[in-house]
Design a protein around this ligand. Sequence first.
Ligand code: SAM
Ligand code: SF4
Length: 266
Amino acid sequence: MLDRFKRNITYLRISVTDRCNLRCHYCMPAEGVEWIPHGSVLSYEEMKEVVKVAVGLGVNKIRLTGGEPLVRKGIRNLVKMIAEVDGVKDLSMTTNGIFLEKYARELAEAGLNRVNISLDTLDPQKYSRLTRGGDLNKVIKGIDAARKAGLTPIKINCVKTDLTTPGDIQSLQAFCKASGFHLRFIRQMSLTDGSFYPVEGGEGGRCNICNRIRLTAKGDVIPCLFSNYGYNVREYGIEEAILMAVGKKPATGHNNKVNTFYNIGG
Ligand code: SAM
Ligand code: SF4
């Protein structure tokens, strides 16, 4: 599926929920979030249908994100349903890792190929502050469980903010090097201001080679993180919503005043 700029769209990122067990300071306010009403959240059946249609249009890579994908009940079922779709070559997840100790194995058995885990510091107090209550020890155990379950190659995403110190970076580099994890740095962005940066060590943010579209938990297909357009699969039908979003993919994004990181999924 080619867009107006001859980019081949092969990658669909699905935000399976806007809910999260953490409240990272750059992503969510401490309180007062208006959640998507339950009735508007796509069922797993609907998400699978979107994947099937997307694959029919040329998508072969799927990433599950959130909010936190592991807080949605029965997520292993969705993984299994998507892994069974013919033509899905790469099925991955972006997670904060807290629940991976519990779920890594069953996710791998259900057909998940690999995980990206968000981790901004190895200092337990600082981690708790940045995430408003997260337990670093659980993430470390989660990463280990993912490695043992074969959810590899494991990528660690670190969001660089004003609070990131050279010590944070060095210890993450040493940790990842020792265990063979890929470390990527994402500079803090603002969707509303349109401040955006390419991922250091990754492909995100390189507009000329962007091959992505996104599906939110309520079923909007979004052409670009920094775009206000979105086409709902329940309103337009799946194929039409995807084609309209692809048709609106900008050469480069500007800003997004409609959505947030936690409902698009980064
Ligand atoms: N909860 C999962 C996690 O944290 O990995 C998945 C969803 S989270 C929204 C996806 C990615 O977006 C994470 O790597 C997170 O660090 C990143 N992110 C959130 N807010 C951001 C911001 N303001 N600037 C840059 N990256 C951000
Ligand atoms: Fe939750 Fe991920 Fe946002 Fe942190 S970055 S608040 S873990 S959705």
